[in-house]
Design a protein around this ligand. Structure first.
Ligand code: F6P
Length: 447
C-alpha cells in the first residue's frame, strides 16, 4: 500500500501535531494516525526569499509534516485577497463581499504552481494524494501536468454555491477544469454535491462528486469534556456565572457564522421573554480570524458595537448579559464549558459543516443534556434534525428557540440529544476519511 499524501493550505502547527486545534486538522487527525502519511502545506510563515528557502520537515509518529514558506505577496494575494476575499464569500453566497482583481487571481494560480512544484518531487508512483479545500482548487491539474498519474482526491470543506451564483466568478471554467483533473471530489452535503455537479455539467466536465459529511472523534472529545468540566479553570469560570444558565457560542470571527444575527437573537430573547433577564448568560468565544481582509475588520467593529449596545440596554450592575471574547480559548477548556452549557447556540448564515455543533453534542452529560439551537444553513443541519433548527435572519424565531431550549424538560432534552449523539457516533472523523478514501480507491483501483 502506498502512502497517503495530505495537501492543505494550513497544516497543524508544530505544537498541535499531537493534539489538533480545530477545523480540517481535527477531521483528518484520525486518517493520518492509521497509515504512513506525508502532510504537505504552507508553514504559516512569510519570507521575502521564500522561493530559495528549503522545505521544513518534521516526523511525528507515522506522519511526515513537510511545509514551506510563502512570500508576503503570495500571502496577501493568494491567501488573503483571492482565497478569502473572493472564493470564501462566493462559496458562502455573499457575493457583495467579493473583491476580485485579475492580479490576485493570477497570484492564486502562481501559488498553486508553487505547491505543485514543491510537492511533485516528494511523490512516489503508488501514493494517494488527497487535496483539501478552496485554496487549492486547481492543484490536481497542475500535478497531472507534471506527470502525476496516481490517485488524486479532493475534499471541499466549505459549501459550494449553485451555478447561478458560482458563474459570477471570472474564469470559473479554468477553476473547474483544474478541479476536474482529480478522480473524486468530496463535498459536505447533498446540496453542495448537486451544486458542484451542476457547474461541472455546465462546462461539459465529467468528474465524480460525492457528499461525505465530515465528523469528529466523539469518544475522545467526550472524555476531554468530562475531564475539563471538573478542571479548576472551568469550575472557576462557572463560579463567576453565579448560578445563571449558560448559552454558549464558539466560532472564528467570520461573517459566515451569523454573529451579529446571533446577538440580535439573544437580544430578542431578553426583550420578548423578560423572565430570562438576570437568569442567563450568553458566552460568545470568537477568536479573531483573517484580520487582513477588510470585511473581517468591519465585522469585528459591528460585533463590538452590538455587544456593547445590548449589554448597556439590558445589563445591571450585578449581571452582564453577554460575555464576549475575541481571544482563542483552548479546546481543553471549551470542551468542559460545552458540557456545562444549557444551550449551544450555532447560527451560521452558511457553513460547510460546523463541527462545534457536533462537539457540543458529544460533550453533554447524558443525565442532564443541554439543547442545541442550530441554523438550517449549517452543513450539520441535515444530520441533526432533532436540534432546534432556526433561520438566523429571524431574531424572534431564534428567541423562541432559545426560550424553548431553556424551558425544555429533561425527557425531551434527552430524547433529542440521544438521537444526535447516535448520529455523531455513527458518522465520525474516522468513518468520514475511510468512506472518502474507499470511494477514491473504487473509482481508480489501479494506476
Ligand atoms: O472552514 C474552512 C477552514 O479552512 C477550516 O478548515 C479552518 O479551520 C478554517 O477555515 C481556518 O481558516 P484560516 O486557515 O484562514 O485561518
Amino acid at each position: 500500500m502506498g502512502r497517503l499524501i495530505i495537501v492543505s493550505n494550513r497544516t497543524p502547527a508544530p505544537g498541535e501535531r499531537t493534539q489538533p486545534a480545530g477545523g480540517l486538522t481535527v477531521g483528518l487527525y484520525d486518517a493520518v494516525q492509521t497509515q504512513e502519511t506525508l502532510w504537505f502545506g504552507w508553514s504559516g510563515h512569510q519570507h521575502a526569499d521564500a522561493a530559495d528557502r528549503p522545505v521544513q520537515s518534521e516526523q511525528v509518529g507515522n506522519v511526515n509534516y513537510v511545509t514551506f514558506d510563502l512570500t508576503q505577496r503570495q500571502y496577501d494575494r493568494f491567501y488573503l485577497n483571492f482565497s478569502n476575499g473572493v472564493l470564501w464569500p462566493l462559496c458562502h453566497y455573499r457575493t457583495n463581499l467579493i473583491r476580485y482583481t485579475r492580479e490576485d487571481c493570477d497570484a492564486y494560480y502562481e501559488a498553486n504552481e508553487v505547491f505543485a512544484d514543491r510537492l511533485v518531487g516528494l511523490l512516489e508512483p503508488d501514493d494517494t494524494v488527497w487535496i483539501h479545500d478552496y485554496h487549492l482548487f486547481p492543484l490536481g491539474k497542475m500535478l497531472r501536468d507534471r506527470g502525476v498519474t496516481g490517485r488524486i482526491g479532493f475534499f471541499l470543506h466549505i459549501p459550494f454555491p449553485p451555478w447561478s451564483v458560482a458563474r459570477l466568478l471570472p474564469r470559473l471554467d479554468m477553476l473547474l477544469t483544474g478541479l476536474a483533473a482529480c478522480d473524486l471530489i468530496g463535498v459536505q452535503t447533498p446540496e453542495d454535491e448537486a451544486n458542484l455537479s451542476g457547474c461541472f455539467r455546465a462546462y461539459g466536465l465529467k468528474v465524480a462528486v460525492e457528499a461525505v459529511p465530515i465528523g469528529i472523534d466523539p469518544v475522545s472529545f467526550r472524555q476531554q469534556a468530562i475531564e475539563s468540566a471538573a478542571s479548576d479553570e472551568v469550575v472557576k469560570i462557572m463560579d463567576t456565572l453565579e448560578g445563571t444558565r449558560l448559552i454558549m457560542g464558539v466560532d472564528r470571527l467570520d461573517y459566515s457564522k451569523g454573529l451579529p444575527e446571533r446577538m440580535k437573537g439573544f437580544e430578542a430573547l431578553l426583550k420578548n421573554y423578560p423572565e430570562h433577564r438576570g437568569q442567563v448568560t450568553f458566552l460568545q468565544v470568537t477568536p479573531v480570524s483573517r484580520g487582513g481582509v477588510e470585511s473581517y475588520r468591519l465585522l469585528k467593529e459591528e460585533l463590538d458595537g452590538l455587544v456593547g449596545t445590548i449589554n448597556g440596554a439590558y445589563g445591571t450592575p450585578d449581571w452582564v448579559p453577554i460575555r464576549y471574547t475575541t481571544w482563542p480559548i483552548g479546546r481543553d477548556i471549551l470542551a468542559g464549558l460545552y458540557r456545562m452549557a444549557d444551550v449551544g447556540f450555532v447560527t451560521p448564515l452558511r457553513d460547510g459543516m460546523n463541527l462545534v455543533a457536533k462537539e457540543f453534542i458529544a460533550a453533554q452529560d447524558e443525565e442532564d443534556p443541554g439543547v442545541l439551537v442550530l441554523s438550517r444553513f449549517a452543513g450539520a443541519a441535515p444530520e441533526m434534525p432533532e436540534a432546534l433548527l432556526i433561520n438566523p435572519l429571524d431574531a424572534e424565531g431564534m428567541a423562541d428557540a432559545l426560550h424553548i431550549g431553556l424551558t425544555m424538560d429533561v425527557q425531551a432534552r434527552h430524547a433529542a440529544w440521544s438521537a444526535m449523539y447516535d448520529e455523531v457516533s455513527r458518522n465520525t472523523a474516522g468513518s468520514w476519511s475511510k468512506q472518502f478514501l474507499d470511494s477514491l480507491e473504487a473509482i481508480r483501483p489501479c494506476h
